[in-house]
Write a protein that binds this ligand. Structure first.
Ligand code: MOS
Length: 750
C-alpha cells in the first residue's frame, strides 16, 4: 500500500448493522451443499466398523463374508492397509492428534475404527461392515477420573496446560480469615455438530481434492499433506458450509484420514460420513474434570488467595488436558493466584477443544466457588465480585486493553432485577409453589488474534470482490466478514462479492478461539484498504479526475466513490477511475496478525455477567431455567443480530452444561451408553425461556485495528455457575457435580 495514503475506515454503513445471515436462504432451502452432498462419478461409499470394546484386541473378523456381499469392493483391516506416509502417532502440528489408521489390532477406546469397507452403495458398505462381526479379547477398561493414577503435565503447548503461580499462595491461605475448599466435577461432553464428520476424497495422481468440513482450511491442507506424504499445495479443501464445528472440526481426525488413504489405495473417489453414534469416540470431546477451588478472604471479603487445581481425563495414547484451572487467571484481584493441572489416562478417545475449552468447565467450578465464598462471607455474590474487581490483570499487573465488566454487571443486574434478591436461600416461591432462585456468574474469555491473509479487488464495473479462506460453521462469518470488507472498500454490502470456504483462497486462519472475526476481518480490512489506496493514487494522479491533486489524507471512500471530505462538489466513481486508466481491475492484498508489542503491553479479554433465575419443584426437584440475562462487552460489535445470536447460543450451551449434557459410560465395556441424540441430552426450545442478551458498548484501541473481540465462546462461561448458584438459592442445596441432576438434589435435600 502506498505509504502516502491513509484511509480511516468508515464504520457504520455496513458494520454495526444487524444484517441477516447471507447464507440463511441457501441453508433453509437446502441449496447449501455440505461435504457429503458431493458425489463424483465412480464414487465408492465407505463405512467403518467401530470397536465395541474400549480396551483389548480384535482377534478375528469375517473378511470373507464381507467381501462376498454383493457390491462390496474392498475391506481394509490391519492385515492389508499399508501405513500412511506420515506417522499418525507423531504430532507434527499444533492441532495434530494421534490416531489409528488400522495399523494393528489393538483397541484403545470404544468406537475406534477397526476396519473400513468400500462398496458401490452405502447399503452394501453398511451390510459388509455388519458381516465383519469382529471378535475381541477384551480387557477391563479404565474409565473416568479414578480409573488410573493421575500424572503431572509437562506444561507448554496446546492442550498441555501447566501450573501458573502469581504471588505467595501459602501466605494467601494463611492470611485468610474465612475460606472455602470445594471440589466440583464436570462430565465428558461430545460436540455433536448437526453435520456429522464426513469427507469425499478424489485423487488425481498425487493431488487430492477433499470435500470436508473444516474450521481451518489452509492449515488443514498442510496437515493432510503430511499424513498423505504429499505437499500441502497438492491438497485442495472445498468447504463452502459447515453444519457446526464447535472445535471438533478444527483438527484432523482418524476416520477422515483413513477414508482419504483408502481412496488413493483403491483408485476411486470415496465418501465417508460418520454415523451419529460414531461421533462418540474418534472425533474429540470435552474431557471430564475434577476441580478443587480454594478461596480465602480477609475480614473485608477481599480475596487473599484463589487456588484452582484441575484433574482432567485424557486418552491412553495422546495428551489433551482441559485447561480448566486457567479460568482463574485474569479475572479476580486475589492477593495470590495458582492454577494447576494434572491429567489421568483413560480408555476413551482423545479429548480436544470444544467450545470455550478450559473456561467452560473452569468457570463452572470457579463461579460456583465464588458464590459459596460470598455466602460464607455473608455478602451478596455480585457485591463480592465487585469487591474483588481486577483493575489490572491479576498476576501480570498489565492493563486491560479494555474492560467494561463493571458496566456488564450494572446493566445485567438492572435488567434482571438483582437488587431485589434475598441473601438467604429458599426465600422465594412462585404462584404454583415452585421454589425460585437467582444466581449470577462472571463471564470471561480471551480475545486472541491469529494470522490471516486476504485479497481484495475493485472490478471495472466498480463492484468489489474479496477472498479469504474463512469458515462459516453457522456463526455468521459469511455475513460479518463481508460487512467488514464492504466498509473497507467504501462499497455497499450488495456490491461486494465475498468468496470464502476453499483452501485455494488466501489463508484466513482458524475459525476458533473466538478469534475468527478479528483475524480474518483484520486481513480483509487490510486488503480492502490496500486496493482503495491504490485506486485513490490513480485518481489523484489522473488529470481528468475531479480529485486531481487533492491531498490524499482528505479523501474518503464511500458508496463506490471517492470524495474530498467536506466538499461534496468533488468526487469520482471507482468505475470511472478504472475506465479512464486502462479499464482493468485493480487488486490489493492484506494480512492480519497482532503486533507483538501490543500483545505484551495489554491483557485482552471479552467480559460479561450472567444472571439466572430457576424454578425448582419442591417435591420432584425438576429444575427449569426461567430467565437468563447476559450482558457482554466484546469490543466493537460488527453485526448486533449475529453477535447476540452467538452470545445467546453460548448461554444455551451453558444451560445445557448446567442441566443436560453428560456422556454416560458403561464402566464394564467403556462404551458411551447414551451415544445418540435421544440419550445425550441437549436443551430443546421448551427448555429455553426468557433469554436476554445485552451488548455493552466498548471501544478498544489496542486489541486490533478494528477493535473486535470474539463472541463465540464467552456466552458459556459464567452461565453454568449462574444456574448452579440459582439452584442453590432456590433450594438451599449445593450440587458440585455437573449436570445438576434431580437425584442429586433429592439426595442433597434429605
Ligand atoms: Mo473452538 S473450541 O475455538 O472451535
Amino acid at each position: 500500500m502506498p505509504d502516502t495514503v491513509q484511509f480511516p475506515m468508515r464504520f457504520g454503513s455496513s458494520s454495526g448493522q444487524p444484517v441477516t445471515r447471507r447464507d440463511g436462504i441457501a441453508k433453509v432451502t437446502g441449496t447449501a451443499t455440505f461435504a457429503a452432498d458431493n458425489a463424483p462419478a465412480n464414487l465408492l461409499h465407505a463405512v467403518y466398523v467401530s470397536a465395541a470394546i474400549a480396551r483389548g484386541t480384535v482377534t478375528s473378523m469375517d473378511v470373507e463374508a464381507a467381501k462376498a456381499h454383493p457390491g462390496v469392493v474392498e475391506v481394509y483391516t490391519p492385515d492389508n492397509v499399508p501405513p500412511l506416509p506420515g506417522d499418525a502417532s507423531s504430532k507434527p502440528f499444533m492441532f495434530a492428534f494421534r490416531f489409528e489408521p488400522l495399523q494393528d489390532n489393538s483397541v484403545r477406546y470404544a468406537n475406534q475404527p477397526i476396519a473400513l469397507v468400500l462398496a458401490e452403495t452405502l447399503e452394501a458398505a453398511t451390510e459388509g461392515a455388519r458381516l465383519l462381526a469382529p471378535k475381541y479379547a477384551a480387557e477391563t477398561p479404565r474409565i473416568g477420573l479414578d480409573g488410573n493414577a493421575p500424572f503431572e503435565i509437562e506444561g507448554g503447548g496446546f492442550g498441555l496446560p501447566g501450573t501458573t503461580v502469581h504471588g505467595d499462595v501459602e501466605a494467601g491461605h494463611a492470611a485468610a480469615e474465612a475460606s472455602v475448599d470445594l471440589t466440583y466435577e464436570t462430565p465428558e461432553q461430545y460436540h455433536n455438530a448437526m453435520e456429522m464428520h464426513a469427507v469425499v476424497a478424489e485423487w488425481d495422481g498425487d493431488h487430492v481434492v477433499l470435500d470436508v468440513p473444516s474450521q481451518a482450511l489452509v492449515m488443514s491442507c498442510a496437515a493432510y499433506g503430511y499424513y498423505l506424504g504429499i505437499p500441502a499445495e497438492n491438497v485442495t479443501i472445498r468447504c463452502p458450509y459447515l453444519g457446526g464445528g464447535f472445535g471438533s472440526k478444527a483438527a484432523l481426525n482418524g476416520p477422515t484420514v483413513l477414508a482419504i488413504h483408502a481412496a488413493r489405495l483403491i483408485g476411486r473417489p470415496v465418501k465417508l460420513m460418520l454415523k451419529r453414534d460414531q461421533m462418540f469416540g474418534p472425533v474429540f470431546h470435552r474431557g471430564a474434570t475434577r476441580q478443587r477451588v480454594r478461596i480465602g478472604v480477609d475480614g473485608d471479603a477481599r480475596m487473599t488467595v484463589l487456588d484452582h487445581e484441575s484433574l482432567a481425563v485424557t486418552s491412553s495414547f495422546d495428551d489433551f488436558i482441559e485447561s480448566a484451572a486457567n479460568a482463574s487467571q485474569g479475572i479476580y484481584s486475589a492477593g495470590a493466584l495458582r492454577s494447576a493441572h494434572k491429567g489421568v489416562r483413560a480408555d476413551v478417545g482423545t479429548p480436544g477443544p470444544m467450545r470455550a475449552p478450559g473456561e467452560a468447565s473452569g468457570s463452572a467450578a470457579l463461579e460456583s466457588a465464588m458464590d459459596e465464598m460470598a455466602e460464607k462471607a455473608g455478602i451478596d455474590p455480585l457485591e463480592f465480585r465487585l469487591r474483588n474487581y481486577a483493575e489490572t490483570e491479576p498476576g501480570s499487573g498489565k492493563p486491560y486493553s479494555s474492560k467494561a465488566l463493571r458496566e456488564c454487571y450494572a446493566q445485567g443486574a438492572e435488567r434482571f432485577g438483582w437488587s431485589r434478591r434475598p441473601l438467604a436461600p429458599r426465600q422465594m416461591t412462585d404462584e404454583n409453589g415452585m421454589l425460585v432462585g437467582w444466581g449470577m456468574g462472571t463471564a470471561l474469555f480471551a480475545a486472541p488474534m491469529f494470522a490471516a491473509k486476504a485479497r481484495a479487488v475493485i472490478r471495472p464495473d466498480g463492484t468489489g470482490l474479496v477472498e479469504t479462506a474463512a469458515a462459516d460453521m453457522g456463526q455468521g462469518a459469511w455475513t460479518v466478514l463481508a460487512q467488514i470488507a464492504a466498509d473497507s472498500l467504501g462499497l455497499p454490502l450488495d456490491m461486494v462479492e465475498f468468496r470464502s470456504g476453499a483452501s485455494t483462497l488466501p489463508d484466513a486462519g482458524v475459525a476458533g478461539g473466538s478469534g475468527h472475526t478479528a483475524t480474518a476481518g483484520g486481513a480483509l480490512h487490510a486488503a480492502g484498504q490496500d486496493v482503495v489506496a491504490r485506486l485513490a493514487e490513480m485518481a489523484t494522479a489522473d488529470p481528468d479526475s475531479p480529485l486531481h491533486g487533492a491531498g490524499n489524507a482528505t479523501i474518503v471512500a464511500r458508496d463506490g466513490r471517492f470524495w474530498v471530505e467536506g466538499d461534496d462538489s468533488r468526487s469520482d466513481g471507482f468505475a470511472d477511475i478504472l475506465a479512464r486508466n486502462g479499464g482493468a481491475e485493480i487488486e490489493g492484498t492484506g494480512g492480519a496478525n497482532r503486533p507483538q508489542e501490543a500483545g505484551a503491553a495489554h491483557a485482552m479479554y471479552a467480559h460479561g455477567a450472567v444472571f439466572a433465575e430457576v424454578k425448582v419443584d419442591p417435591d420432584l426437584f425438576q429444575t427449569r431455567v426461567t430467565r437468563l440475562v447476559g450482558a457482554f462487552a466484546a469490543g466493537r460489535i460488527i453485526n448486533p443480530k449475529l453477535a447476540e445470536s452467538q452470545l445467546m447460543g453460548g448461554m444455551i450451551w451453558g444451560l445445557s452444561f448446567a442441566l443436560h449434557e453428560e456422556a454416560k459410560y458403561d464402566m464394564r465395556t467403556g462404551r458411551v451408553v447414551n451415544g445418540d441424540l435421544a440419550g445425550y441430552h441437549v436443551p430443546v426450545n421448551a427448555d429455553v425461556k426468557g433469554l436476554e442478551v445485552i451488548t455493552v458498548h466498548e471501544d478498544d484501541p489496542y486489541v486490533n485495528p478494528l477493535g473486535i473481540k470474539g463472541v463465540g465462546e464467552i456466552g458459556i462461561t459464567g452461565t453454568v455457575g449462574a444456574i448452579a448458584n440459582a439452584i442453590w438459592h432456590a433450594t438451599g442445596t449445593r450440587i458440585r457435580r455437573f449436570p445438576v441432576r434431580i437425584e442429586d438434589l433429592l439426595a442433597g435435600s434429605r
